[in-house]
Design a protein around this ligand. Sequence first.
Ligand SMILES: [Ca+2]
Length: 397
Amino acid sequence: MKRFLLASGLALSLVACGENGNNSETAQTKENLEKPAEEQTQEPTEVPEPIEAESSDKYSYEMVVNDLDIPWGFAFLPDGSILITEKKGEIIHFKDGQKTKIQGAPDVYDRGQGGLLDVVLHPNYESNGWIYFTYSSKEGEGDGGNTALMRAKLEANQLTNKEVLYKASPNTTKGQHFGSRITFDKDGYLYFSAGERGARDVNPQDITRDNGKVYRLNDDGSVPSDNPFVGKPNAVEAIYSYGHRNPQGMILNPETGEIWVHEHGPKGGDEINVVKKGANYGWPVVTYGENYSGTSITDERSKPDMEDPIFYWLPSIAPSGFAYVTSDKFPELKGNLLVGSLKFQYLELLELEGKKISKRTKLVEESGRMRDVRQGPDGNIYIAIEGKGIAKLTNNQ
Ligand SMILES: [Ca+2]
């Protein structure tokens, strides 16, 4: 109903514009609106139409850490040094211009999109020393692997105090859709994502199964008592939201306190979603995308009991890494979002007005597969580029 009211408002305002009223799209909308509500075939209007991306040559980058393979994630330690996860299973500590391989990295299932994935420090790292990693793990029943969350401490180039806090199951030998990003919210809850592991008809819509989910845990891995599915029969109580496909970007929006994810959709269906407690993000029942072969997954783009994305990309950019810029170093970027594109090998600037994306701009085009983006403690913007390393954004002006 809300959707219909919004659609009506939009159509009426277009009609009222007069000179826009002659185009067929508006005429059709007006005709459609004259039908009884149950016969109307409105496109959902809470989701804006895709926007074309513009190119900008205002930015370049300079390499900070060279010669990395697939730097999947990175985190800045209080001394300004950088911890980097290499997908193949290595943790690199970059300090004073030197790379050191950290001993004791988790044993990863390095297959397809799986391997050593994200790394994030606890918000109180300086007092407790906890570092969190996601990775694909072979632990548990069955061949293959699935997404796991570990915390550990770093002492003398060695991971110590390792604790596996979560391991999704069952294992599968499929190589796709492990997720997985980690973010803490303002109250200290930890969120992480696990993709649907190539089992879209089994996992994402079923809250008794892992995968295709965003999880919320306490920092020690226990399940918060107010998680949405606590006490529901057979539910995986760590689940916070479901119906996701493969989120590889997650941020805390510092303005709203919300957790936002972006996720790889099928062809034409990459999305940005605001994560809400217990909400269903629709995959694969509703989607703006289609199969990569061009065949349809579903005609349904929206349902009343499922959350619409606030934005979707057409064509898909294959998003990885997500940052909300608060730094004053780049006034044009401040208050806006940055997303890496694996497919088109650039950094995308998404200008934000509340929850609306108003403009898309391609920065540092043809750089390479952009795997991650973070704002550093020095206010600079750092990007992880596959086959290159970690680089710092620079302003050409
Ligand atoms: Ca969705």
